[in-house]
Design a protein around this ligand. Structure first.
Ligand code: GDP
Ligand code: MG
Length: 423
């Protein structure tokens, strides 16, 4: 049984929270793309955790976690993240964490290059999280990356690393006028983490095919949302990998397997981190109120998130891109303070109404068209069934269901594990 849990919007929909919840009856949880540029906050009986690289299933004793070949792994960050969890009593070892030998390694010079490029762009910067993600994925496609499996073969590293660094230093020294990466330091770095992680690094594809054959339940966890997918998102303000569910088997290591279920996580309003078009963006006091109510500050970076109304146009597109057959609506409780709740039902562009999510300049210039629903103005965080909700909260859900043409499956009304109900 293969289930993907993915984001319908711009990310930060609460995927970590939902994976933590749904992994109760899973055997394996796999991250299939991205690096430590995103953050998932999970709050359960063990405490509050922020996960950047590790799959959110790591908090469950019954679950084996896999970091797939589609990921970009910053080994130093991984080391620190594991240490932080161990301090809170979470067991992490080669028995419950497997790292693909085909994932690319985010090197310190990738992080530097990310910063240099954002600095060069100045006010036109992408709002990168500066975790080296675009540089390392660029190197993957330029075939200049080091893969985790290479760490186990020091002779091979000694052979390829000088050429890779010579190439990187052409850019670092000649294009950016910065000090180049040093061979000895890079070798030492890889040697040190190679030793630390040698027992974790393996052919995770082979492991997953076996697990599937044995009837295990496997969950694929996305980082970021559909609108950040490199191919289908708001390019170039996307991430540098494929966040969509269709990529999950590829980035996990089992391209020959088909997903049984795709759970799309959709937020009851919109948030967006970094630069780029965000049609429904609120500003001033209205934005401040929603940001505060939702605690919308980046888990990875602490940056205030841009906030806005629920966006039907973008969400319908996200649902289509994800092919989600189940929808989970998160953070409905956050809207409890609003007297009138705006919902963006269409865009207007060049005097025309558009309902299909546009690209490029049309998206940049599109204006939101809002409808307003009455708020419920009471705390709903202890509701544990649809029937317990105030009438206007029920109407809000039904309205969104009608607009996106899909029923909700699960509704989340709080960050804690049990703050949800099935529709
Ligand atoms: P992810 O990147 O998709 O995993 O989401 P993040 O963890 O970055 O952001 C979601 C935030 O909302 C986290 O701080 C969660 O603890 C919190 N959260 C998740 N679901 C709910 C919910 O239903 N209600 C409230 N109030 N908070 C939620
Ligand atoms: Mg997040």
């Amino acid at each position: 049984m293969l289930t993907a849990v993915v984001g319908i919007n711009w990310g930060d929909e609460g995927k970590g929270r939902i994976v933590d919840l749904l992994s109760e009856d899973q055997d394996v949880v796999v991250r299939y793309q991205g690096g430590n540029n995103a953050g998932h906050t999970v709050i359960n009986e063990k405490g509050e955790f922020i996960l950047n690289l590790l799959p959110s299933g790591i908090l469950r004793e019954n679950v084996v976690c896999v970091m797939g070949n589609g990921m970009a792994i910053d080994l130093q960050h991984l080391h620190n993240e594991i240490e932080r969890l161990r301090e809170k009593g979470i067991h992490i070892g080669p028995d419950n964490l497997k790292i693909s030998d085909r994932a690319v390694v985010t090197m310190p010079y990738h992080v530097d290059l990310d910063c240099y490029e954002e600095e060069r762009l100045g006010k036109n910067s992408y709002g990168s999280t500066r975790r080296g993600i675009a540089p390392v994925y660029s190197d993957k496609y330029a075939k200049k990356a080091i893969r985790t499996g290479d760490l186990l073969h020091e002779k091979y590293l000694q052979k390829v690393l000088p050429d890779i660094l010579a190439y990187k230093n052409l850019i670092i020294e000649k294009a950016y006028n910065k000090p180049g990466a040093k061979l000895e330091a890079a070798m030492e770095y890889l040697h040190m983490y190679g030793e630390e992680f040698q027992e974790y690094i393996c052919d995770t594809g082979a492991y997953l095919y076996e697990a599937d054959k044995a009837g295990k339940r496997i969950m694929f966890e996305a980082q970021l949302g559909a609108l950040r997918d490199i191919d289908y998102g708001i390019y170039p303000f996307t991430s540098s990998s494929n966040t969509i569910a269709a990529y999950a088997p590829i980035g996990a290591g089992v391209p020959g397997l088909k997903l049984d279920t795709v759970v799309g996580i959709m937020k009851a309003y919109s948030t967006c981190v970094g630069a780029g078009p965000f049609t429904v963006e609120m500003d001033g006091e209205e934005a401040q109120a929603l940001r505060t109510a939702g605690g919308e500050f980046g888990a990875a970076t602490g940056r205030p998130r841009r906030v806005g109304a629920f966006d039907v146009v973008a969400s319908k597109y996200g649902i289509l891109a994800q092919g989600s057959d189940k929808l989970a609506l998160t953070k409905l409780d956050v809207l409890s303070y609003m007297k009138k709740i705006p919902v963006c039902v269409a865009y207007s562009y060049n005097g025309e109404l558009i309902r299909n999510f546009p690209v490029g300049e049309a998206l940049d210039l599109a204006q939101p068209v809002f409808e307003y629903l009455d708020g419920w103005c009471e705390d709903i965080s202890s509701c544990r069934s649809f029937g317990e909700l105030p009438e206007n909260a029920k109407k809000y859900i039904e309205y969104i269901e009608e607009k996106v043409e899909q029923k909700m499956w699960l509704i989340s009304v709080g960050a804690k594990r049990d703050a949800y109900f099935m529709r």
